[in-house]
Design a binder for this molecule. Structure first.
Ligand code: 5GP
Length: 214
């Protein structure tokens, strides 16, 4: 097995963190997780060095200028970045490295690791209502923050063509198996044409949700 960089992207609340954790739990010899750096505050239960490396803005920018990041991006007003050190650590252990990142970062990674060195998978929520429900369940976002995240989700869905593969996350086990199949044989799993329509519908429904919230 040649280890590759696996970019998992999804609108916030799309479930990609859960999917990445499940891949590592199921196949610990096959997958490893890259811990990102961020300037956002930890949510309850998130520990430094596990969920993220939590940095001040100043420290983040210092590390960016020192060239520590493979990619970085601003998302909902905070900075997020993939540490080169983390990616190398996992690849050198002979495992695929999972990056749970947003779309701008995904693009940068694709440039640094062109296919077949990387595989990009867009994870879609089954519906707009389900995405809102998952975000609400987290209880960390105010109405304004929620609307901002949904706006970002729409923007991200419009970038779907940046991804080779799309998986709809209805059921965790099925999604995890689908991502593993794609990573094992990316060419054998082409993107289905029907997903373009699904993405368009999600965008329409998310716009409606934003109106309801605001
Ligand atoms: P959250 O604040 O909900 O943990 O993450 C917000 C968004 O930032 C998610 O879409 C998440 O995938 C993305 N993200 C997390 N780490 C990184 C990273 O290292 N780089 C980039 N570009 N995005 C990240």
């Amino acid at each position: 097995m040649t280890p590759v960089v696996v970019v998992l992207a999804a609108p916030s609340g799309g479930g990609k963190t859960t999917i990445a954790r499940a891949l590592v739990a199921r196949w610990p010899e096959r997958y490893g997780f890259s811990v990102s750096a961020t300037t956002r505050a930890p949510r309850p239960g998130e520990r430094d060095g596990e969920a993220y490396f939590f940095l001040s803005r100043e420290e983040f920018l210092r590390r960016r200028d020192a060239g520590d990041f493979l990619e970085w991006a601003e998302y909902a007003g905070e900075l997020y970045g993939t540490l080169k050190r983390e990616v190398d650590r996992v690849l050198q252990a002979g495992r695929h490295v999972l990056l749970d990142i947003e779309v701008q970062g995904a693009r940068q990674v694709r440039q640094r690791y062109p296919p077949p060195a990387s595989v990009a998978v867009l994870i879609l929520p089954p519906s707009a209502a389900e995405l809102v429900r998952r975000l609400r369940e987290r209880r960390t976002e105010s109405a304004a923050e929620m609307a901002k995240r949904l706006e970002t989700a729409i923007w991200e869905l419009r970038q779907a063509e940046a991804f080779d593969h799309v998986v709809v996350n209805e059921d965790l086990d099925a999604t995890v198996a689908a991502v593993d199949r794609i990573v094992a044989a990316p060419q054998a799993t082409p993107r289905a044409a029907a997903e373009g329509e699904r993405i368009k519908k999600l965008i329409v429904d998310l716009n409606q949700k934003i109106k309801e919230i605001s």
